[in-house]
Design a protein around this ligand. Sequence first.
Ligand code: ADP
Ligand code: GLC
Length: 474
Amino acid sequence: MSRILMVASEATPFAKSGGLADVVGALPAELVKQGHEVAVLMPRYRRIPWEDTESAFDNMVVYAGSTPYRVDIRKALHNGVTYFFVEAPYFFDRNGLYDDGGREYGDNHRRFAVLSLAALGVAQTVFPCDILHCHDWQAALVPIYKADQQHGNPFFDHVRTVLTIHNLGYQGRYGKECFWDLGLNSGWFSPDKLEFHGDLDILKGGLAIADWLTTVSPTYAREIQTYEGGFGLDSVLYSRSSALTGILNGVDYDEWNPAIDKLIPANFSPADLSGKRECKLQVLGEFGLPIDNSDRPLIGIVSRFASQKGFDLIAGLVPFIEENDIQLAVLGSGEWRYEQMFNEWQRRFPGKVGVWIGYNNALAHKIEAGSDLFLMPSLYEPCGLNQIYSLKYGTVPLVRATGGLDDTIQEDTGFKFSWYSTGALYDCLRAALGAYRNRDAWKARMLRGMNKDFSWAVSAGAYSDLYRMLLGRA
Ligand code: ADP
Ligand code: GLC
């Protein structure tokens, strides 16, 4: 049994911008089931009602160099796990998690430095731990501050740090002037630590210092050590390859399971698929698409509109939409050009393309349940959760063979293409539409996907083994 304090910038049900929140909202509970004591520390953003939390520690003062920051620590219980919140209104009482409508906050390096400093405070007061498990760049200063401020402190001697990379595309890279706000001495600003070609790179420092690194799929663990997948940090990662593991994410089948999902109009399961048709009719209705022919394939997209997700390939699909009798339901938000593109498609292809710009969890569930095909042609994908949800909902994923998409989707459960081009995507879509005509074979493919098991137990077991190894326990 270990005591683990996870540090992250988001977790369901409190605050979510993407899959990181799903992971930090579910993995801790599974680790608890496996006998560990686990807590999570994250900011108390404005969207988390203060009244839903209670005091855990008042007036904690943490220091970035000589600059003191006073924070309170609040807490709430979720799934049997204590979630601690850093109460620092000056930094976190804002509308967005990281930005205000598209423009990143200018003080994110300081906001998440305070989160990291508070983690060391929590570990010394309300939740002494053996493992500090940090997620993404927002928590990557934890191992740095631990080494800088707690070196020689017997309280931290045995504590090991794990840093999980959910997305190497986000590194917390800022101008050098931001480095001085962190209160670290200049020795930390060097190319083997926090410096990236003259800039501050917070993730890079964490990757260099943490005791162990993980990422969220075995294939992504390999890809990030290459020039193509390394976002400039491939040599750092390669040099740490003996302390880098890819552990595939699980998914939370209490939340994402068509047999019990309360957010969809009819439940269904491998034993009785009949409810899926009602789900499809409802999605079509919500998107204002005609329901004259429920045999016409409905393609679903639920995504952040970011280049990572392959939208430049999707942009080339106009001829495909013109030529084929299909319907497309799109939910997402992000880069303005893609929001514009989908709005324009909706006007241009009425009855074929339905679009909902924004974040809508219930609609995400409905699209997963009601679609026939799920489209996810990512440029890169550390793990990806939507394609795994799709499998469970009998919605056949069509993915690009990269990262976790390659690890979770096989030819017998979905469709995959490798070369990153609209042509390859187009051919793959055509193959999928051809296969869709053979309804028995399609149903068999759906059922194989629905019967796959990506529950958290296996992944949490791999993290347990890692913690045990790091703590030198048998
Ligand atoms: P990423 O974390 O890179 O965005 P993942 O596939 O790991 O990709 O996770 C995305 C998560 O965010 C899923 O739970 C998905 O349902 C959810 N999601 C993404 N966009 C939206 C949206 N517009 N509305 C509701 N949920 C969304
Ligand atoms: C990131 C990745 C995504 C992964 C998620 C959870 O946001 O982009 O692929 O599934 O983190 O690990």
